[in-house]
Design a protein around this ligand. Structure first.
Ligand code: GLN
Length: 203
């Protein structure tokens, strides 16, 4: 079975760990480079993207995370994790020292829903997960403001803005599927990790 790491530096990591374990998946909290060894996939949780980015560099996690990505292992960023995966942030919403992993060909807009609508729940149609809409929570969430040709949109808001995207082994969601009772997004992500693991083992 695939082993899935959850970056546990700051933010909503424990909810991902619980969700993975509820699915019977081995989940490992990642704080140090050694914790990334032997992982089949990694989740970068929501929280504060600037803080998580600084801690990634402080704990020397950048290079090994980039190696995981280059090895084709699935990496999924939720909310702040989406910001960290993006190649850039709209300048008027970017923190002065905003460290990014810059793995996905998208530009995101931080805190895109303004102060009044900082947090909201809704449902989204995500064809990759089947016909039933997915209940999701947006918490001071980003949106994708510009998207490269290699990036596939998995879900959009009703106004058309992309909030779930995929570029090969990289997935990003502006919302938090770990904060609802629905396990389909995690199960789908684990299936990607499992498939990649089986292909690698067959080589
Ligand atoms: N607003 C946060 C940021 O810009 C993200 C919020 C979240 O991850 N829920 O980093």
């Amino acid at each position: 079975m695939a082993i899935v790491g959850v970056l546990a530096l700051q933010g909503a990591f424990i909810e991902h760990v619980h969700k993975l374990r509820a699915l019977g998946v081995e989940a490992r909290e990642v704080r140090l480079p050694a914790d990334l060894e032997g992982l089949d996939a990694l989740i970068i949780p929501g929280g504060e993207s600037t803080a998580i980015g600084k801690l990634i560099d402080r704990f020397a996690l950048r290079e090994p995370i980039l190696r995981l990505a280059a090895a084709g292992k699935p990496i999924w960023g939720t909310c702040a994790g989406m910001i960290l995966l993006a190649k850039d942030v709209d300048p008027d919403t970017r923190a002065r020292d905003q460290p990014l992993l810059a793995l996905m060909d998208v530009v995101v807009r931080r805190n895109a829903f303004g102060s009044q609508l900082d947090s909201f729940e809704t449902t989204l149609d995500i064809p990759a997960l089947g016909d039933d809409p997915l209940p999701v929570v947006f918490i001071r969430a980003p949106v994708v403001s510009s998207i490269g040709p290699e990036v596939e949109v998995l879900a959009r808001l009703r106004d058309g803005r992309p909030v779930a995207i995929r570029q090969g082994n990289l997935i990003a969601t502006a919302f938090h599927p770990e904060l609802t009772g629905d396990t389909r997004f995690h199960a789908w992500f684990v299936s990607l990790a499992q498939a990649r693991r089986e292909v690698a083992a067959a080589r």
